[in-house]
Each structure stands twice: as structure tokens, then as C-alpha cells.
Write a protein that binds this ligand. Sequence first.
Ligand SMILES: [Zn+2]
Length: 137
Amino acid sequence: MEEREYTHEEVARLIRRSGLRATLQRTALLKIILNSKRHPTAEMLMKKIKEQGLHLSMGTIYNTLECFEKHHLIIRVHDENDVMRYDGNTDFHIHLVDHNHISDLFDRELEDLIRKKLADKLPQDMQSARIEVTLYK
Ligand SMILES: [Zn+2]
């Protein structure tokens, strides 16, 4: 688990590597997500963006998040109230949902275990599908 903060340049590089142009808005938004351990909602992101003196409409934020998701830069998680939350850690990990608080649990072996267990049962095109494990209190 990375504890240090991502720099603007590192985030811009990640965006470019995913095939997108690293605009100021995209970089600012992804940097907030990557440096947050709280799985922010779009509203939380909007607030942070404003604090940084940037102007992005809610529609632009949602479009950018959708774009990030398509390019595998972030994943979505639902909290208990079915509110969409965003996560910059796209490596396999377990989400523990306690009302509107989501924490991460890391277990490298669990993903392998699930894949091995399901290998014979899964259709070919689902073999490398992303596995999501979310526990709701
Ligand atoms: Zn997470």
C-alpha cells in the first residue's frame, strides 16, 4: 500500500500512459482521488476541486470519472446507501463498507484463490475479468 502522496507530474504521467491527454483538470481530479484514502464521492471531489481554485461542472466531473474508469485509472465502489465512490487503487483489494465509510483490506492470495477456484466454471472471456469483493456491515 502506497502511503506517500502522488505529485502532479506522476499523475500526469499515469494519465498519458493510459492513452489520455493529461489536461490540468484531469490531472487535478485524479491526483485528489489517488491521494485520498476515503474513496471520495463526486461531491467530495467537486469540493476539493473548488478549494484548489479550479472550475469544473458536476457534469464534467462525472464525464471525467467515467473516462478514467474506461481507461482503468480508477474503479467505482458503492457505499451502503448506493452512493458511487471512486478509488484510485485498481489493484485487487477487499472493500469493507460500514455505512458511508469504506476501508481497504489487502490480501494478495485471495485473488489467486478465487481465480483458481472459478477457473473451470468461468466462460473463457470471463477468465481475466476484474474481481470485486465488498463486505457490507
Ligand atoms: Zn479501495
